[in-house]
Write a protein that binds this ligand. Structure first.
Ligand SMILES: [Zn+2]
Length: 90
């Protein structure tokens, strides 16, 4: 019972923190399957970004769990500090 409520609490806090759904909807540049990431910048919604095979000025490296290859989310401007998504849930 307590555990169930705890899960609901985490979900609600996550929404309140404004974690972008983009962090869970990344599309691999190699196999084009959708996957999530454990890290995401705090101001990502204000800066346009692109999914690329090459790194850029502001880059988050992600590894596809489907094909195992690394690719990059690249921002035009500074998207803010990149935080572990798990830490943001607290
Ligand atoms: Zn892939």
């Amino acid at each position: 019972m307590a555990r169930m409520f705890g899960t609901c609490e985490v979900t609600r806090k996550e929404a309140e923190m404004g974690i972008s759904w983009f962090a869970n909807e990344l599309k691999c540049r190699y196999c084009f399957k959708t996957h999530g990431t454990k890290q995401w910048p705090t101001n990502e919604d204000h800066v346009p970004f692109f999914f690329q095979k090459e790194a850029g000025n502001h880059t988050l490296t992600v590894q596809c769990p489907h094909c195992g290859k690394e690719w990059y989310v690249v921002w035009d401007g500074n998207p803010g500090p990149i935080e572990p998504v798990i830490a943001l849930k607290r």
